[in-house]
Ligand binder design. Sequence first.
Ligand SMILES: C[S@@+](CC[C@H](N)C(=O)[O-])C[C@H]1O[C@@H](n2cnc3c(N)ncnc32)[C@H](O)[C@@H]1O
Length: 282
Amino acid sequence: MSGGGETRAPGRVKEVTSLANPLVKDIRALALKKFRDQQRAFMAEGLKLVIDALDAGWTIRALVFAKNARDNPAVQKAAARTVAAGGLVLEASEKVLSGITRRDNPQMVVGVFEQRLVPLVSIRPKAGDVWVALDRVRDPGNLGTVIRTADAVGAAGVILVGETTDPFSIEAVRATMGSIFAVPLAKTAVDAFLAWRRDFSGLVIGTHLKGAVDYRKGGYGEGPVLLLMGNEQQGLPDSLAAACDRLVRIPQAGRADSLNLAVATGVMLYEIRRAALPEAGS
Ligand SMILES: C[S@@+](CC[C@H](N)C(=O)[O-])C[C@H]1O[C@@H](n2cnc3c(N)ncnc32)[C@H](O)[C@@H]1O
């Protein structure tokens, strides 16, 4: 992030009112994957998300807040934490915030954070862990929803296999509802995934429309479980299906030929994690 602000507000806050401001242009560019990759950064909208991310130790590069939020104590505290972390703080007009988030009714706070991915080789699953692996997930809404669901059930993390949609796109981050900051993510090519899988000591469950086992009879047990979900259009390719210990199917009664990927992942995760989750109301 480089460039200058338009006017200097008191303290370390720069006031910006124009989309032509170079700092604003840098942040807006994060809508494009090319720039996210170049800068290893991404945007997250909303004060709660930003605070959660800071609390979880994510590195903030910039905080943008709406002019009318300048007196909000929580915004001021987030701004002070951003400055303390060496980040940039911008007070923006509504037009600028809309331009950055590409929304008519933008949130009053946007944070720019450093991307974080876990190297696959560093993942050593232990008893009770459930990892979700997604084969070439295409839809950012599906990916964000899977990350959110993985968070909800206490899964250990999500592994993105092959060419996937970017987990740091604004649509995917939005769909995670903040879980992007809570769920470890790894990205890998298929070959590296298959090599890692060979050393995986637990149960590898694939989901497949032709699966021979009912998903309620998967026998998930205590050991680590790796749940493998197929691509939205093509399902699991043979190479990945062959790497599974078992292929399970979720029965369907109606005319739909399959479930949505994120819905199927949710059904599976709640079944696998059934014994580990506390009873609602207890
Ligand atoms: C939209 S489906 C893919 C449909 C694709 N046309 C196919 O032939 O597999 C995306 C993924 O969700 C999971 N899935 C969806 N419905 C399922 C079901 N009834 N049983 C098991 N897995 C299912 C599988 O992992 C599947 O690859």
